[in-house]
Design a protein around this ligand. Sequence first.
Ligand code: 13P
Length: 250
Amino acid sequence: MRRKLVAGNWKMNGSADSIRKLLQGIRDGAAEVAAVELAVFPPAVYLGLVEQQLSGAAIAWGTQNLSEQASGAYTGEIAGSMLLDFHCAYVIVGHSERRTLYGETDDLVARKFAAARKLGIKPILCVGETLDEREQGVTEAVVGRQLKAVLDLEGVGVFSDAVIAYEPVWAIGTGRNATPQQAQDVHAFIRAQLAALDPSVAGQTRVLYGGSMKASNAGELLSMPDIDGGLVGGASLDAKDFLAIAKAGC
Ligand code: 13P
């Protein structure tokens, strides 16, 4: 049985003050949703604050990106070993905003995935098609290609412990979520790709849905057989909304 994971991607939002309040709110309600695993992804500069404030709580944390390099002259980058200093359990790689706004290729995302895994940080690999691609009927080709870049570099075994997030680009921040059936179809496709290589790994991999997930649609999405949680953007910036999504997964 795969334990559901509800993860909050805060993107480039918040301040020390607002993050303190948000974390307190999540901590206060976490016991009520203990059936679900919770994780938060703050901007990296707040990791110290997050680690301090979540000490002793059953809530994981990580960052929204990492460097594919181990260390050295890479101005502005953050190495996986630095994330370990702050006890990050997870790191998001290949978010569509990184792919489209910062030019991250499938190959670079795969190398970031490998860098995290090598250090024992669980990568959350984001995949997803644009509206254009969906309308052209190439959703599976795009998602399959994004996944294959990691499978080719790392093999299928790593997915027993890694997480995949299906985030249709057209549903991110738009208020327009994929229907539970649209999401389930792609999640089943992703699992089938893994199962073709190793059925037992495929049964263990958690595949999250992301894209305008909120309390009002989370119940239906999370009840689909291949949806193992959510990667939540906007609604994760409010403790009550975030916890309500987690509650829907309990
Ligand atoms: P929204 O929930 O704001 O649509 O963002 C989804 C997302 O990109 C999570 O990584």
